[in-house]
Design a protein around this ligand. Structure first.
Ligand SMILES: [Zn+2]
Length: 176
């Protein structure tokens, strides 16, 4: 987990007010997370942290691109990404459950590791279906592959019809 030590922010001694951080995210970072969909990418993540007396506001912005596979043609896909997420970190002595947007840390906690929130910011910025799209990412699918896929699907569905036909024929011939 050495790769993620860059994402540790010391809280103790941090003055009230605004602080900015910048993180670089690359292949090494994604290796630490178990997601086969995102394995490579190059992004810059900016964080503006506002420290108040009883909580902190964390604003993340991820910009860059993710390299993955196209859901349609299976080819290499370079997805541009620009996404923002906000998290609130509360200081508390009591035990509270974390929710999606609010994290609770103990007053005695000296630091916070934001790597998971950085990862979430990237993950939530990606479309559910990832494919070459002239309009959104300026890339087009490998037409050869799409053509072959369509031909294959057509053949498969024809096969189904043929099977039904031969079964019907067999019933008819058996009758004779
Ligand atoms: Zn494609």
């Amino acid at each position: 987990m050495d790769e993620l030590t860059d994402f540790v922010i010391p809280i103790v001694g941090l003055k009230f007010g605004e602080h900015s951080y910048r993180f670089k995210v690359n292949r090494q970072f994604f290796k630490e997370f178990d997601n086969t969909d995102i394995q490579e990418g190059s992004l810059q993540v900016d964080l503006i942290l506002k420290k108040r007396s009883n909580h902190m506001e964390l604003m993340f912005r991820a910009q860059g691109s993710i390299h993955c596979q196209c859901d349609r043609c299976g080819g290499d896909l370079n997805l541009p990404l620009d996404h923002q997420e906000i998290r609130i970190v509360k200081f508390s002595q009591e035990d509270f459950d974390n929710t999606d947007d609010v994290l609770v840390i103990g007053r005695e906690d000296h630091q916070i590791n934001v790597s998971h929130i950085v990862y979430e910011t990237i993950f939530l910025g990606l479309p559910i279906r990832k494919f070459h799209n002239q309009e959104t990412n300026g890339q087009t699918c490998d037409e050869e592959v799409i053509k072959r896929l369509e031909e294959y699907q057509k053949k498969e569905s024809n096969k189904g019809v043929d099977d039904r036909w031969s079964a019907l024929k067999k019933i008819l011939t058996d009758k004779d």
